[in-house]
Design a binder for this molecule. Structure first.
Ligand code: TLP
Length: 346
């Protein structure tokens, strides 16, 4: 007899589904044609986001990937270069769209903790030499996703912003999960945002909305961003129906991210006790938990064995498995996960 297991989906916080209350807010939203700048709900979301981040203006976009691409378009021209850590989403998981679509190259390096240092900004920035591309942009992810949801502290971000300024680089923060950083560190998002030229954040991850990201920055830049969004095919019509989910998320789902962090911490402790010496559990700082393994074989066997018991997680590297906690996991997720892993026998 085969047992069927209710899925415990740790692949990403993007898997969250809108709640009944969020769906009600969506259904009730007043809408208009947003390309004609007539959608009151989108306008309210953009105003709330700009205010929350302490920037002049904001633009609602379909995805975090488009937000990052627009940021690169705002700060760089064809032939310019941006610098970032190798694990940064913009470089690692966006098909290098900035290179393919905008002609902007990447200069990347590995760091021990997945976050650049000011020294690296100095090293990576090109000299003023016609043989080199012009380095224009520093991209910093907060939280740093595949580094284990690490928080870029305010001090470190200030140091990075200072290094960027010293080289006349602009700073874009990919804050896909900046609210996780904010809740965990007790730092308002505006404190990080004021160090940056532009910031993007996702509504569709831990905040629980089905779709959407927002980019914030100076009014003039957001006007240009609107043009880029249209060029990329991201001009949307009665999209207030989706923006309403984002507004609901900002009003209701930020503080509760602390629950996701607590879940990741207890899952880490439980996995640390359950898994054998082939695995090493990295202490999570927010809602992303990395389990490092001794080999590709161990990774493959573990992910398959756990999946057969309904535990879904992602092998992001040959020797690294990612668990992400979020609001759709049951309250007894840790107990269930440990029970199933014990019987999985990797
Ligand atoms: N990240 C996804 C995957 O693409 C890996 C995930 O499950 O974590 N910036 C960061 C830091 C991200 O983590 C992501 C998505 C994005 C940008 C892109 O957002 P979307 O998926 O809305 O384009």
């Amino acid at each position: 007899m085969t047992t069927t297991y209710a899925p415990l989906d740790y692949r990403s916080d993007t898997v969250t589904r809108p709640t009944e209350a969020m769906r009600r807010a969506m259904a009730a939203a007043p809408v208009g044609d947003d390309v004609l700048e007539e959608d009151p709900t989108v306008q309210r979301l953009e105003a709330v986001a700009a205010e929350r981040f302490g920037h002049e203006a904001a633009l609602f976009v379909p995805t975090g990937t488009m937000a990052n691409l627009i940021a690169v378009a705002l700060h760089c021209q064809r032939g310019d270069e941006l610098i970032c850590e190798r694990r940064t989403h913009t470089f690692a998981y966006e098909g290098t769209g900035a290179a393919a679509l905008l002609g902007v190259s990447f200069n990347v390096t590995d760091t021990a903790d997945g976050i650049l240092t000011p020294e690296w900004v100095h090293k990576l920035t090109r000299p003023d030499d016609i043989h080199c591309p012009v380095t224009k942009l520093l991209v910093v992810e907060n939280t740093a996703n595949t580094a284990g949801g690490r928080i870029v502290s305010l001090e470190r971000m200030a140091a990075l912003a200072g290094a960027a300024r010293a080289h006349r680089l602009n700073l874009h923060i990919d804050g896909a999960r900046i609210f996780n950083a904010s809740v965990a560190a007790g730092v308002p998002v505006a404190d990080w945002a004021k160090l940056a030229d532009t910031v993007s954040f996702c509504l569709s991850k831990g905040l629980g909305a089905p779709v959407g990201s927002v980019i914030v920055g100076p009014r003039e830049a957001m006007k240009r961003a609107r043009r880029w969004r249209k060029m990329f095919g991201g001009g949307m019509r009665q999209v207030g129906i989706v923006a309403a989910a984002g507004l609901y998320a900002l009003e209701n789902n930020v503080a509760r991210l602390a629950d996701d962090h607590a879940l990741a911490t207890s899952l880490a402790a439980a996995l640390g006790e359950t898994l054998d010496g082939r695995f090493s559990v990295q202490a999570p700082e927010t809602n992303i938990l990395l389990v490092h393994t001794d080999s590709k074989e161990t990774t493959g066997r573990a992910v398959a064995a756990w999946q057969a018991r309904g535990i879904l997680c992602l092998a992001l590297k040959d020797t690294m498995i990612r668990f992400v906690t979020h609001m759709d996991l049951p309250v007894d997720a840790v107990t269930q996960t440990v029970e199933r892993i014990k019987t999985a026998g990797v």
